[in-house]
Structures are given as C-alpha cells and as structure tokens.
Design a protein around this ligand. Structure first.
Ligand code: CA
Length: 364
C-alpha cells in the first residue's frame, strides 16, 4: 500500500538535470510531470494554479488522476524539489491547548494557565515569508541577544512541528463555511525557534527574531480534497459568531525524528482551533489574504510527553534530556543535528495518505 496513491496526488515543483522547474505530482516513489495538462501548470510555481479556485482545482485534479499514471515515472531520487509556491504573507497560530498549557507550566510555573484570550480567539502573530524555505535547506544557528548584555549564537535552538495551510483564492472577512473555497492545500511546517532569544525579546509584542531566521516547509502540497474531514473538538466557552460553525478537523498524525530517532508523535486531530476558524479570525478585521499566503497551526502537541511538538516540552526546557539511538543525549539542538517531521492522514477515501516530510540540518 502506498501513501501516495491516486487518492492523494500532492503537487510539487521539481527539476531534473536541465535545472528547469516544472510542476509535478507525486505518485508512489515517483514524480509525474503534469505541466502539459493546463496553462496554469506550465509554471515554475503553484501560484497560478492556486489562484484558479476550487471548481478549476477539482477539474484539473480529475484530469491529473487520468493522465498522471500514464506519464513517465521519474524516480524521486533523480529530482530536486523546490519551494512549491511563492510565499505571500506568513502567519503562525498557537492553537494547541496542550502546547499552550505545557509552555505556560514550563516557562511560568508561578502563574500557569492559558492567556486570558486563548479560548476566545485563535492567538497568532505575523511571521516572515522571505525566510520560509523548502525542506532540506540547512538552518543556520541564529545569533541574538540571549540575556541582558549577552550577544551570541542561540544555545536553546528548538523546533515546532506544525501543519500549514496554503491560501489559493484571495479574500477578506472569510466565513468559516468558505474555508474550502479559499484554501488550496496543506504542507508540513517546522517553525524553528530560538528559546533564549525568544525569552528575552517576546514581551510585550510576541516573537520577533527568535523565529524569523528560518521556517521550513515540506515540498508537497496535499490538496484539501485528499483529506477526510471530522467534527472539531468541543469548544467551551462557545466562540463568538464569526468563529462558527467551527469547520472541519483533519486527522493528521505527525512524527518527529531527531537524528533518525523517533522522539514524538504529535496528534493534529486534537487541536483546539480549526484551520477554518484561523482563516476567519485572520481576516475578520478586514485584513486580506492573497494567493500564496501560508498560515500555520501552531505547535501541535498532545497531552503526553511522547506527543510534544517542541523540544522545550519534550525535554522540559532542557532539564530532562532525551536519549537518541546513538546513545547521545539532547536538551536542545546541537550543530549538525537533523530534524525530520513527517506525517500521514486519514484520506477522503478512508485510506491513509502521506504528507511527506520536512527536514533540516542545523549548521553553525
Ligand atoms: Ca510556532
């Protein structure tokens, strides 16, 4: 059984020896060039396709389902995968109740608890789209102010395992019920985070340089149509009207590997706020989204340590290091460390589909 059968067909941008970027879909362990199918696919990025809107997405996907199995199979090992879309604006949310509660307990033990607004709206911040990079891009350890008068390389470099949503059709004040008209597909996101820089800088405006140095995304954009949808978690207190109905939940199961050792399995299905509510909130004040906007779920964490989406939680801020398969121990990332976040999901046909992976190696 493949995680990349005809019911999945994620889109990516690849090149072979000639270096020309083309749009392809993944089928099993191969890439199929689909650029001849439509003008919107004869492009170096997915943006033109993403701007077409759902009726055309459905039509093109249906043609690809017929054509892709017949087109030449290019082994994944023979292609280079590129950033699949030009990233317009980038927003990051904070929508896992388990993550928010864990962070509060670890960093503010004297006054734990969720921020006052947390259950009333999906908290987020605007990030930096220019430093969104494709999986495989090395991540340079950031420098910054780590404490008063202390400048240097971060000693508490961390990850955040997240699910990202890619906007196709522009809009503003997008009701939760119109989520699927605007969102094209789903990627995996690693929101690399320097905890020491973050702790010193974050008040009162939130993260700034602690996160803007790099955000990695997976090379395959899985179309929204490929996912099965489920009822969202019960929200109490009841959200205000523009956040209702909550929209669908997706059953995405993440897996985090640290230098090849699986260290956690964060469950996206347990997120408190849905992607539809996040988009509704992001645009409710009149702010617009445009083709290529990326918004990420926020760190996905479950209730147990083995489901933590960050190493801050996994190692209790470095105080309880994890042991890797080679016998070494880690609290935060060392130079040369590689983190790979992969995921599978329940697909629309009831089978399991793959989202691929997002990987990155830390360099000095
Ligand atoms: Ca984040």
């Amino acid at each position: 059984m493949t995680l990349f059968g005809l019911e999945n067909l994620p889109y990516g941008v690849f090149s072979t020896a000639d270096g020309v970027r083309r749009i392809g879909v993944r089928l099993g362990g191969t890439v199929r060039d689909v650029s001849a199918i439509d003008d919107a696919l004869r492009q170096p990025t997915l943006n033109a396709l993403m701007a077409l809107g759902r009726p055309r997405w459905t039509e093109i996907r249906s043609r690809i389902t017929e054509v892709a199995p017949l087109s030449p199979a290019i082994p994944l090992a023979e292609v280079r995968l590129h950033l699949p879309f030009d990233v317009a604006d980038y927003t990051d949310f904070y929508s896992s109740e388990h993550h928010a509660a864990n962070v509060s307990r670890i960093l503010r033990p004297q006054r734990p608890g969720l921020p006052a607004a947390w259950k009333h709206l999906p908290i987020g911040y605007h990030g930096r789209s220019g430093t969104v990079v494709v999986s495989g891009t090395p991540v340079e350890r950031p420098h910054g102010q780590l404490a008063e008068g202390v400048f240097g390389p971060s000693a508490r470099l961390d990850i955040e395992a997240e699910v990202g949503f890619v906007v196709g059709v522009p809009g503003r004040r997008i009701p939760t019920g119109r989520f699927a008209e605007h969102v094209f597909g789903v990627v995996l996101v690693n929101d690399w985070s320097a905890r020491d820089i973050q702790a010193f800088e974050y008040q009162p405006l939130g993260p700034f340089l602690a996160k803007s140095f790099a955000t990695s995304v997976s090379p395959w954009v899985v179309p929204l149509d490929a996912f099965a949808t489920f009822p969202a978690v019960v929200q109490e207190p009841r959200p205000v009207s523009y956040l209702l109905p909550p929209g669908p939940a997706l059953d995405v199961q993440l897996r985090v590997e640290w230098n090849g050792t699986e260290v956690s399995t964060p469950p996206y299905a347990q997120m408190y706020w849905t992607a539809a509510q996040q988009l509704a909130h992001l645009t409710v004040n009149g702010a617009s989204v445009r083709t290529g906007d990326l918004y990420a779920s926020g760190t996905v964490s479950g209730p147990s340590r083995g489901e933590a989406g960050s190493f801050l939680e996994l190692t209790s801020n470095g105080t309880e290091p994890v042991k890797l398969a080679d016998g070494s121990v880690r609290g935060f990332l060392l130079d040369g460390d590689t983190v790979t976040i992969s995921a599978t999901a329940t697909g629309a046909a009831g089978t399991t589909i793959g989202l691929g992976s997002v990987t990155g190696t830390v360099c000095p």
